[in-house]
Design a protein around this ligand. Structure first.
Ligand SMILES: C[S@@+](CC[C@H](N)C(=O)[O-])C[C@H]1O[C@@H](n2cnc3c(N)ncnc32)[C@H](O)[C@@H]1O
Length: 247
């Protein structure tokens, strides 16, 4: 297993989708992504990552749309596969500019809230008019002050369980927002597994702990791609009955 002192394998960036101007947008995107990756690996507090999203929010959608991201489609699809009630109350966790919300709306869901640590990204999401509520909150292992436990029927989280973003300890935070029996679906790029705090072993230990405490059952792991041919994974958990007290 690699550690911080070893060479960090760079994340690949996928390809353009071939539309006019895609090459320029992609080179701008690649430049900005390497800055983001530097922040992800060097600032464990995640603050400089949020500053990056705030600063780049206006460009995010354009760049995203010219890169070959896949995780958001597979995350939304998994929600649609498991959540049968189209009126289900869904929290899009670290929703960013609302890419997953757009897809969920396409599947017929209409009762969604967005949460994100970046106000700039939430403003972008708000322009799309997909979500009912916009919750600005930097998430950690603690309870989210603005959300009562067991509020949601399901939760989606795409592209955000990652180095410098949401750590594995936030999986418990996600679970507590969901009602017993509700689904939590999140993606994780395989790139993260090279870091010792994001190793597969750590993730599996986290799932074991959550299962033992009846916070969730493990439903399924799906092989996916994060971007281009960069491997990614979709994890589907089901909320257990345990109640968490306090923070
Ligand atoms: C790669 S973007 C993904 C956004 C969206 N889910 C999508 O698929 O386009 C990651 C998002 O996570 C948010 N984020 C990162 N760390 C966070 C934290 N600790 N608390 C809340 N949001 C965070 C960022 O602001 C950003 O909007």
């Amino acid at each position: 297993m690699a550690n911080e002192t070893q060479t960090i394998k760079p994340m690949t960036h996928g390809t353009t989708n071939g539309v006019n101007g895609a090459n320029e947008i992609l080179s701008e995107y690649l430049e900005k992504r390497s800055d983001l990756h530097e922040r992800m690996t060097k600032d464990p507090s995640g603050k400089s990552v949020i500053e990056w999203y705030d600063g780049e929010a206006s460009l995010y959608d354009d760049q995203f749309d010219h890169a070959n991201f896949i995780y958001h489609k597979d995350t939304a699809k998994a929600i649609n596969d498991f959540v049968k009630d189209k009126n289900a109350k869904i929290l899009d966790f670290a929703a960013g500019s609302g890419k997953i919300g757009v897809l969920l709306k396409g599947y017929g869901f209409s009762n969604m809230d967005a949460l994100d640590g970046s106000v700039g990204m939430l403003e972008l999401a708000e322009k799309k008019g997909i979500y009912k509520k916009y919750i600005a909150c930097m998430v950690g292992p603690e309870k989210i002050p603005q959300i009562e436990d067991a509020t949601y029927d399901a939760l989606s989280c795409g592209g955000s369980v990652a180095k410098g973003h949401l750590t594995y300890s936030t999986i418990q935070t996600m679970l507590r927002t969901v009602k017993p029996g509700g689904y939590v679906v999140f993606s994780c790029a395989g790139w993260n597994f090279q870091f010792k705090e994001f190793s597969r072993e750590k993730l599996e230990a986290c799932f074991e702990d959550l299962k033992k405490r009846d916070l969730c059952t493990f439903v399924e792991e799906r092989a996916s791609y994060h971007i281009g041919e960069e491997p990614g994974f979709i994890f589907i958990l089901r909320r257990g009955n345990a109640v968490l007290n306090g923070h």
